[in-house]
Design a protein around this ligand. Sequence first.
Ligand code: TRP
Length: 329
Amino acid sequence: MPRVLSCIQPTGSVHLGNHLGALVNWVSGQHDGDVFHGIVDLHALTITEQPGILGQSTVELAAMLFAVGLDPEVATVFVQSHIHEHTELAWIMECTVSFGELSRMTQFKDKSAKREGDFISAGLFTYPALQAADILLYDADEVPVGEDQRQHIEITRDIAIRFNHRFGETFVLPKAVHPKAGARVMDLQDPTSKMSKSAETENGIVYLLDENSVIEKKFKRAVTDSDGVVAYDRANKPGVSNLLDILSAATGTPAETLAETYSQYGPLKKDTGDAVIALVDPIRARYHELMNDKGELARLLKIGNQRAREVAAQTLDRAHRAIGLMPRI
Ligand code: TRP
């Protein structure tokens, strides 16, 4: 079974785009590989400043990952900052990557340009070294990532190759894989843009923790078009097609088949809202159950943290020995 590593930053609440686009695949894929899911809070620290926020978001995200169906006995769910090996190996990664390589990372160039005149942490610059540590610590064969993360996987491979060349075979070379395409959920108010927390208004974003009445309202107000014909046509009818895609993802019926059963937008919006409510209802119930039972949530997380720690400790030790650092006394 391949070792698969996915990581997610604890920033913002989980929305329907995250869920149908990625999390449902995490859940269905948990038996297909030896999967590790890291909640990478230290990466979020590169731009998060308010005290306490990250810890709270980490707890909430962990509860959500279990609520959507990750089974701690099967998938290893862990918190990055709880496994000290991440930051320790990150330093070694920083000494294995060059200033020039880090300077060429497009994500750093974009993010630092956006923050011009603002505080730009050195962590934002060395971010790929920490990410390389996340990946190499777990001997990951596969890292499912979107296009925006490809360069980070490339630099991780380059670092691993350089390290192995300098110090001898130590790290497994990971490869980026395209995750099985989940549903591409678009913003309900701007159906040509992906549903994303960076949208201007919240009205087009359906959060898994929204109340039923809020979900109903968001679907009722979803932007469609004025020709009044229900048809699945992403290019010319993005709003209607998005509703059909969401309804399809929630019910398992193909979007084209669904299109034939509707003649008006109103009932399509209503049924899509209802289907989403039916989908998120048990998730919300489980989420709140775990948030109200922190002992149980901690128990579930400890299972993953412990497994992650065992693997990470061995890899860091291997790296120390390869470099020839003085053996620990
Ligand atoms: N940089 C990734 C993102 O922004 C998050 C991440 C951190 C990650 N460490 C990782 C992804 C390791 C995959 C593997 O989405």
